[in-house]
Design a protein around this ligand. Structure first.
Ligand code: NDP
Ligand code: GDR
Length: 370
C-alpha cells in the first residue's frame, strides 16, 4: 500500500459510521455468478463503487462480467480481487483494502446435487465461509460500519412442514448444501445479536435468468429447447420432473437484496413469487415457445429422440439426476418483504420461461459458450 493510500485509509477509518457509509462501496463475493453479475450492474447504476472477490481459475470465469470488465480502464468503478471464502487471511486483507460499506455474500458451492458429492467442501465454503467473512469484519474493527447481506435460501425449508413457507416456518434442510446454509443463516443471526452488526439473511426462493448456470434445471431445459429447435440436439434427459419450485427472475431478487441493507434495522426476509410450478410444467412451457410437442418417457408413442415425421420430441428421465433426498415442494410467502421493503417481483413465470428460451436460441445461433 502506498503512503498516499495509507493516509486515505486512516482518514476513512476516522469517519463516523454514518459518514463512512455515505461512500457507497460494495464488496461482493460470488461476483462471477448469476446474481453477482446482476447485482454489480444494479449497484453501479446506483452510483456505488463495486469490488468483487474472484477465484483463480485455469480458464476465464468472468464471462458474465465481460461487458462491465471491458470498460475497466475508463470506468474503474468495478474492481476484482483474487480470493476465496476458504482463505481467512485473504478476506481480512481484501476488506481492509476495500473498506466496503456493504458486503454481499453470494459466494457458494451452490449446486444442491453436487453438495452430496462434495459435502465437506460445501460445508467449508457455504457454512464456515460465512463465519470467516463475518469474523474478517470484526478483525478489521468495522462491525459498526459495514452492512452485511447473506445469500440464504429456500433450501433451508427442505422437507415440507407447511406451505406457503415464510420467515416463521421451521427449517428442515435436505442436502449438505441446505445444512451448510443453515449454519450460515444462524451465524448471521448470532453475529447480529452478539456484536450488534447490521446483518441480514435474504431467504430467496429459486430465481433464474438467461445467465443461470447451465447445470441448473431451468437453464438445462431452455438450452436444450433452443438446440433441439435449431436441430443441434435430439432429446432431453432430466431427473425428478415432479418436484415443484417457486421460480422468479434473478433481476427482481437483486433489488430485494439491496433493499434489505437500506432499512433502519437489520432483519431476515423471504423473497418469492408466491406461485409454484413443477419441472414438468417448465418443460412444457419451454417447448411451447418454439411450438414443439413433447412426449414424456413412458408414454406409448414409438419415438426415440425427435420424430422426423411429426417433429415430436421425447423427454427422458434418467435416475442419475435424482438426489438422495429431494425437496419436493417450495412455495414462498413474500408478504413481509412486500410490506416492509416495498419489494415486488415484476417478471411472471411465462415471461421468465420465454425470455430464457429466446435468449438461448440467440446464443446457440452464435455458438455462445455460456
Ligand atoms: P452461482 O453458482 O451462479 O454463483 C456462485 C458464485 O460463488 C460464483 O461466483 C462462484 O465463483 C463463487 N464461489 C464458489 N465457490 C467459492 C469459494 N470457495 N470462494 C469464493 N467464491 C466462490 O450462484 P447464484 O448466483 O445463482 O447464487 C448466488 C448465491 O445465492 C449463492 O450463495 C446461492 O447459494 C444463493 N442462492 C441462490 C438462489 C438461486 O435461485 N439462484 C436461491 C437462493 C440462494 P466461480 O465463478 O469461480 O465458480
Ligand atoms: P435447486 O435447483 O436444487 O432447487 O437449487 P436445480 O435447478 O438444480 O433443481 C430444481 C429441481 O429440478 C430437479 N431436476 C433437475 N435438477 C438439475 N439440476 N438437473 C436435472 O437434470 C434435473 N431434473 C430434475 C431437481 O431434482 C430439483 O428438484 C437452486 C440453487 O440455485 C440453490 O443454490 C438455491 O439455494 C436453490 O435453488 C433455492
Amino acid at each position: 500500500m502506498s503512503i498516499a493510500s495509507q493516509h486515505n485509509t486512516l482518514e476513512i477509518l476516522a469517519l463516523s459510521p454514518e459518514e463512512y457509509r455515505k461512500r457507497k462501496v460494495a464488496l461482493i463475493t460470488g461476483i462471477t455468478g448469476q446474481d453477482g453479475s446482476y447485482l454489480t450492474e444494479f449497484l453501479l447504476d446506483k452510483g456505488y463503487s463495486v469490488h468483487g472477490i474472484i477465484r483463480r481459475s485455469s480458464s476465464f470465469n468472468t464471462g458474465r462480467l465481460e461487458h462491465l470488465y471491458k470498460d475497466q480502464h475508463e470506468r474503474p468503478k468495478m474492481l476484482l480481487h483474487y480470493g476465496d471464502l476458504t482463505d481467512s487471511t485473504n478476506l481480512v486483507h481484501v476488506i481492509s483494502q476495500v473498506l466496503p460499506t456493504e458486503i454481499y455474500n453470494l459466494g457458494a458451492q451452490s449446486h444442491v446435487k453436487v453438495s452430496f458429492d462434495m459435502a465437506e467442501y460445501t460445508g467449508d465454503v457455504d457454512g464456515l465461509g460465512t463465519l470467516r467473512l463475518l469474523d474478517a469484519i470484526r478483525t478489521c474493527g468495522l462491525t459498526k460500519h459495514i452492512r452485511f447481506y447473506q445469500a440464504s435460501t429456500s433450501e433451508l425449508y427442505g422437507k415440507v412442514v407447511e406451505t406457503p413457507q415464510s420467515e416463521t416456518t421451521p427449517f428442515y434442510p435436505r442436502s449438505p448444501y441446505g445444512v451448510a446454509k443453515l449454519y450460515a443463516y444462524w451465524i448471521v443471526v448470532n453475529y447480529r445479536e452478539a456484536y450488534d452488526m447490521y446483518a441480514c439473511n435474504g431467504v430467496l426462493f429459486n430465481h433464474e435468468s438467461p445467465r443461470r448456470g447451465r447445470t441448473f434445471v431451468t437453464r438445462k431445459i431452455s438450452r436444450a429447447v433452443a438446440d433441439i429447435h435449431l436441430n443441434k440436439q435430439e432429446c432431453l434427459w432430466l431427473g425428478n420432473i415432479d418436484s415443484k419450485r417457486d421460480w422468479g427472475h434473478a433481476r427482481d431478487y437483486i433489488e430485494g437484496m439491496w433493499l434489505m441493507l437500506q432499512q433502519d434495522t437489520p432483519d431476515d426476509y423471504v423473497l418469492a413469487t408466491g406461485e409454484t410450478h413443477s419441472v414438468r410444467e417448465f418443460v412444457e412451457k419451454a417447448f411451447a415457445v418454439v411450438n414443439i410437442t413433447i412426449v414424456w418417457e413412458g408414454e406409448g408413442e414409438n419415438i426415440v429422440g425427435r420424430d422426423a415425421a411429426t417433429g415430436k420430441v421425447r423427454v427422458h428421465v434418467d435416475p442419475k439426476y435424482f438426489r438422495p433426498t429431494e425437496v419436493d415442494l417450495l412455495l414462498g410467502n413474500p408478504t413481509k418483504a412486500q410490506k416492509i421493503l416495498g419489494w415486488k417481483r415484476k417478471v411472471d413465470f411465462d415471461s421468465l420461461v420465454r425470455e430464457m428460451v429466446l435468449a438461448d436460441i440467440e446464443g446457440s445461433k452464435l455458438n455462445h459458450d455460456n
